[in-house]
Design a protein around this ligand. Structure first.
Ligand code: ADP
Length: 311
């Protein structure tokens, strides 16, 4: 089974307006509410691949209940640590081809929540083969919290796939307990290595991947949007090219790519198959309007068009 971790999930509310009028009333007839957070997108991606998955993290209040109901509707198994504090809403207003977002920070949690969640997490580890960690931490959680999760996973020899950014990622990379795989996009990679990268030049990408801070991470997949990906698996380097597709909404493509990587590791696939699967999933997400959704009927058509070249 794959365990997915979403520490700060949300109810994602999307309002479609013909026009957003500032300092006036805007009435909305077209509203969509879904369970959100990067880790829940990963969970959906794994579920679409028919691999057993369990979602965990922290939820609370009526928003927390709504998140559970949404996962029930999608037949996704979950076991969250539940607090008294209300989970967050994230609002996206779609207007005239623009997207204006209002993102709540979420509840401020305390040390007791940190301890309680760690106890909760430990109890889930018995039947888990792979763990994915995505996104940011709740307010009040220490920046090295993901290190704690990876350390506990290492006691059970469970590899952890980490998709995070900023100080949470940098702190984890400096720690003694490393993730098995990271999937930075171009911006996140720049944050890690603090230098410019030319994504069209494999020498530049290899140099970036040889950066000291990435030394002990077996698998690194740099996702490059429409340019596919560049990956390092131990000391082998791979250029991954993808076909041109009709992009409808690329939000969440990185999460679904991580789902593909997790599924592939779970199924003990080769690095070539893993990269092809991950890219195909990312593309399928980008071709749909709904974030975190893929139409698996198109899987084989696009899978065949992904090309892997060892450099
Ligand atoms: P993130 O969402 O983390 O920033 P990317 O934008 O790199 O990640 O997207 C992850 C993957 O999704 C890409 O490697 C690719 O397979 C697919 N993808 C994303 N955007 C596009 C696009 N515009 N065209 C084709 N594929 C895309």
């Amino acid at each position: 089974m794959i365990l997915t971790i979403t520490m700060n999930p949300s109810v994602d509310i999307s309002y479609s307006l013909d026009k957003l009028v500032i300092n006036d009333v805007n009435r909305v007839s077209n509203t969509r509410k879904t369970a959100g957070g990067k880790g829940l997108n990963v969970t959906r991606g794994i579920n679409f691949s028919n691999i057993p998955v369990l979602a965990t993290g922290i939820i609370g209040g009526t928003t927390g209940k709504f998140i559970q109901e949404q996962l029930d509707e999608d037949n996704i198994a979950y076991n969250f640590y539940v607090t008294q504090k209300e989970s967050r809403n994230c609002i996206a207003i779609l207007h005239q081809g623009n997207q204006t977002e209002i993102l709540e920070a979420g509840p401020r949690l305390d040390n007791d929540d940190v301890e309680q969640f760690l106890q909760h997490y430990k109890k889930l580890l018995n039947h888990v083969k792979i763990i994915t960690i995505s996104g940011s931490l709740p307010l009040g959680f220490p920046v090295n919290f993901y290190v704690n999760l990876i350390e506990l996973a290492s006691e059970y020899q469970i590899p952890v796939l980490l998709d995070s950014s900023g100080q949470m990622l940098l702190t984890t990379l400096k720690s003694q307990y490393k993730p098995y795989l990271i999937k930075p996009n171009q911006e996140e990679l720049k944050q890690i290595i603090q230098m410019d990268i030319d994504v069209n030049d494999s020498h530049s990408l290899i140099k970036a991947l040889k950066h000291d801070s990435l030394d002990d991470i077996p698998l690194i997949v740099i996702s490059l949007g429409k340019n596919g990906a560049f990956a390092r698996c131990f000391n082998h380097y791979y250029q991954v090219s993808i076909p041109k597709i009709n992009v409808v909404n690329p939000v969440g493509s990185g999460d679904i790519t991580l789902a593909g990587l997790a599924v592939s590791l779970h199924e003990n696939e080769s690095i070539e198959v893993m990269l092809k699967r991950a890219m195909t999933m990312g593309m399928l997400n980008a071709m749909e309007a709904q974030t975190g959704f893929v139409n698996m009927n198109n899987y084989h058509e696009y899978y065949q068009q992904v090309e892997i070249k060892e450099i």
